[in-house]
Design a protein around this ligand. Structure first.
Ligand SMILES: Cc1cc2nc3c(=O)[nH]c(=O)nc-3n(C[C@H](O)[C@H](O)[C@H](O)COP(=O)(O)OP(=O)(O)OC[C@H]3O[C@@H](n4cnc5c(N)ncnc54)[C@H](O)[C@@H]3O)c2cc1C
Length: 421
């Protein structure tokens, strides 16, 4: 049963990086947008912390870079892996002559809070928290909005365009009948914390591997955020083997944590995160566009999923805003070809980035986790200057970096419901 019906020009389901950036860009351009977020806040512990050089450019173009860099963060300019104790940087952003030649590690809740509080300065922006989209509204063969639940009951948002930015388990995608093509991932992730000391070495962004195990450690200031890879389907085996197995693996891969692995007292201190790698063949249907992980779920490899989601949002705003303004003024639907243009623009960057992740999964992580074969040694190739420059550009900037093209309307007031942090 429907409690209330809200109308907007655009309804965005999901306020992760893709939804937050799109909501901000549209509201800033004078397009009425309602963003639905199923959680009450952004404070989930691990959602990925990486903000890449091309996303930093976007923040700069939005006038947010100073506020962003004032957030607690640390900068990393190299990405690579450590295999059997030997470190290999496959990307070094300092060689590219970029304005921001580093990945900034910032807890994602801080980034999302910054984006949504900026969006809240524009009267056309509304963020509804604890609002879980579960179905689409259909009218005359088009998607005409979203049905959602909140603590008050069932509601609808009716919109000229619905954008699914609700992540890799997208409910809007499921409701619209679109099915992604699965590429598979050899691993899932157990995430947990171990305390950090000022005397600990400064890590870049490196995946540590040895036969049978792999781990990534991320500096969160007071603690290390550990992403411990487990074979797909191997979670129960690990639990049966016991927590000491996990501690021993971490101690052997990250020597400076050996004296602290006991801080992980049991599996209750860990969080299971499913890894998926998939892609829709078609990212749109009449009245609907899908972006970010809802269109193409990214693996954690190289931490590029957030960047891709942000770039999708910028491309969508650049291509859609004029049509959306006309739809808003004249009450006309947004032509389907416009959503198709967003997919066309973002297809090559997505395919190229996913191909890189699939290669790293297949030749690196899969082999390491199976412990059957030594991962192939790419170090000689990776050290070649042009290969390094190429990898640095691919990982830091992406295949087709997007820039904010839509000019802002002056902010006039605030309109945020239930937003908290
Ligand atoms: C274990 C793991 C680690 C990763 N680490 C990194 C990393 O370090 N760096 C990196 O760049 N990428 C990382 N990724 C990939 C990255 O998380 C995604 O590519 C990126 O978050 C996609 O952004 P998005 O906005 O499309 O979706 P999401 O970030 O998934 O955001 C979707 C949002 O929609 C909300 N939502 C979901 N369903 C609904 C609903 N029905 N109604 C309303 N709201 C809904 C969610 O609460 C969320 O806020 C990792 C992935 C995994 C699996």
């Amino acid at each position: 049963m429907t409690g209330s019906t809200t109308t907007a020009t655009v309804c965005v389901a999901g306020c992760g990086p893709a939804g937050a950036v799109l909501g901000l860009l549209l509201a800033r351009a004078g397009v009425e947008v309602v963003v639905l977020e199923k959680h009450a806040d952004f404070l989930r512990d691990f959602r990925g912390d990486t903000v890449h050089p091309s996303t930093l450019d976007v923040l700069d173009e939005l006038g947010l870079i100073d506020r962003f860099l004032a957030l607690p963060h640390h900068k990393v300019s190299t990405v690579g892996f450590v295999r059997d104790g030997r470190r290999l940087d496959v990307a070094d952003f300092s060689m590219l002559g970029l304005r921001y030649p580093y990945i900034a590690f910032v807890p994602q809740w801080d980034l999302l809070h910054l984006l949504t509080s900026e969006a809240a300065r524009y009267p056309h922006f509304r963020l509804l928290l604890q609002a879980e989209a579960h179905d689409v509204v259909r009218q005359e063969g088009r998607v005409a909005g979203v049905r959602f639940r909140d603590p008050g009951g069932e509601h609808e948002v009716r919109a000229h365009l619905t954008v699914a930015a609700d992540g890799r388990h997208s409910a809007v995608r499921r409701a619209s009948g679109l099915r992604p093509r699965e590429f598979g991932a050899p691993m899932d992730v157990l995430q947990f914390r171990i305390s950090r000391r000022d005397t600990d070495p400064d890590e870049g962004y490196h995946l540590r591997m040895a036969a049978g195990k792999s781990v990534a450690v991320i500096n969160r200031g007071a603690y290390w955020n550990i992403a411990y890879m487990i074979r797909k389907g191997g979670h129960d085996d690990l639990r049966r083997a016991g927590i000491q197995t996990l501690r021993d693996d971490v101690a052997s891969l990250v020597g400076f944590l050996a004296d602290r692995v006991g801080e992980v007292t049991g599996f209750d201190d860990t969080r299971f995160l499913e890894v998926r790698l998939d892609r829709l063949r078609r990212w749109h249907a009449p009245g609907l566009l899908l972006i970010g992980d809802a269109a193409h779920a990214m693996s954690p490899i190289a931490g590029v999923g957030i960047n891709l989601a942000v770039q999708d949002a910028v491309a969508a705003a650049n291509l859609l805003t004029g049509h959306l303004r006309r739809a808003q003024a004249k009450g006309r639907p947004v032509p389907g070809r416009v959503a198709a243009a967003v997919q066309r623009r973002r297809w090559a960057p997505t395919v190229a980035t996913q191909a890189l992740q699939r290669g790293a999964q297949r030749f690196g992580i899969d082999r390491a986790l199976r412990g059957q074969a030594e991962p192939p040694d790419f170090s000689a190739i990776a050290r070649l200057p042009f290969v390094r420059a190429l990898m640095s550009r691919l990982l830091g900037v992406g295949v087709r970096p997007e820039h904010v093209r839509v000019p802002p309307m002056p902010p006039r007031g605030q309109s945020v419901e239930g937003q908290g942090r």
